[in-house]
Design a protein around this ligand. Structure first.
Ligand SMILES: Nc1ncnc2[nH]cnc12
Ligand SMILES: [Zn+2]
Length: 310
């Protein structure tokens, strides 16, 4: 029997592979600013989070219909399943689509359709987490939640992502309070590029149940103690951290230190089409580079199931 493994931090738009970008551009009659896949791939060199986000949002132009979103999610489930994933809680960024004229209904319909059959088709139990773009106006976030509730979108939770610095969790207290009151599970990206203060805010003000990334907690001993004592899971993304230069090299990645300090760490791919691979590729890289032990792997797998909402 396969060992259960949950992927808890993966943006479905970040699983859009270069080949799919070209196929969807052709299907939807969209002109791309690249002549071929190699020219596109040459752009996958990032200096920080924003340099990645610029390309990530630009490439979404090919996603137009419910079918596009369903195909994207099915391709992810197939690949994740091959990599040993049995549960997946996937983020999507509704505002990145509605802002360019794609109806929220189309986004939700496509993703919900693929998610509803992921267990039967791919052996991956799944749930959807709508994520707020924190670098957009707060009023847009409130409207997004209202629209999702009105649509009765089959989401399990609300998240917070996009450019972190200068967009603290404190801006989103009201929308997170409403989401919790509506029975949604809540998570937030915090402490990826931003300071440990943003992790405190996500816990104290948004009352999140997991922190996405969170590696900057290591700057703050009192925060580490809190995260350990309250067993707050951190969804860490090692290859992402290296590609976005949050960590200089995988050899320097603090994941072992985090495990040793008793943090509830999980391993995830974040944006697998952009950062060098899926969750199994992240585990393989940790094994090759840091000599991840069988015991550490077992802890990380166990943590992923404990931290899962589904
Ligand atoms: N690593 C990341 N950080 C913040 N927002 C994101 N959206 C997609 N990937 C992200
Ligand atoms: Zn992320």
């Amino acid at each position: 029997m396969t060992t259960p493994l949950a992927e808890l931090h993966m943006h479905i738009e970040g699983s859009l592979e270069p080949e799919q970008i070209f196929a969807l551009a052709e299907r939807n009659g969209i002109a791309l600013p690249y002549n071929d896949i190699d020219e596109l791939r040459a752009r996958y060199e990032f200096t920080d989070l924003q340099s990645f986000l610029d390309l990530y949002y630009a490439n979404m132009s090919v996603l137009r219909t419910a079918e596009d979103f369903a195909d994207l999610a099915r391709a992810y489930f197939a690949r994740a399943s091959a990599g040993g994933v049995t549960h997946a809680e996937i983020f999507f960024d509704p505002q990145a689509h509605t802002s360019r004229g794609v109806a929220l209904e189309a986004v939700v319909e496509g993703l919900a359709d693929a998610s509803a059959s992921s267990e039967r088709e791919f052996g991956v139990k799944s749930g959807l987490i709508a994520s707020i773009l924190r670098d957009k106006p707060v009023l847009h976030a409130n409207k997004l939640l209202d629209d999702l509730l009105e649509l009765k979108a089959p989401i399990i939770g609300l998240g917070l992502d996009s450019a972190e610095m200068g967009f603290p969790p404190s801006l989103f207290v009201d929308v997170f309070a409403k989401a919790r009151a509506e029975g949604l599970r809540v998570v937030a990206h915090a402490g990826e590029e931003g300071p440990s203060e943003y992790i405190w805010q996500a816990l104290d003000l948004l009352k999140v149940e997991r922190i996405d990334h969170g590696i900057r907690c290591l700057d703050d001993d009192a925060l580490v103690t809190r995260l350990v004592d309250e067993e707050i899971p951190l969804t860490v993304c090692p290859l992402s951290n290296v590609r976005l230069q949050v960590t200089p090299d995988l050899r320097d990645h603090p994941i072992r230190n985090m495990i040793e300090r008793g943090l509830v760490v999980t391993v995830n791919s974040d944006d697998p089409a952009y950062f060098g691979g899926y969750v199994d590729d992240n585990f393989a890289a940790l094994t090759d580079t840091l000599g991840l032990t069988d015991r550490e792997r077992e802890i990380l797998y166990d943590n992923s199931i404990k931290a899962s909402f589904i």
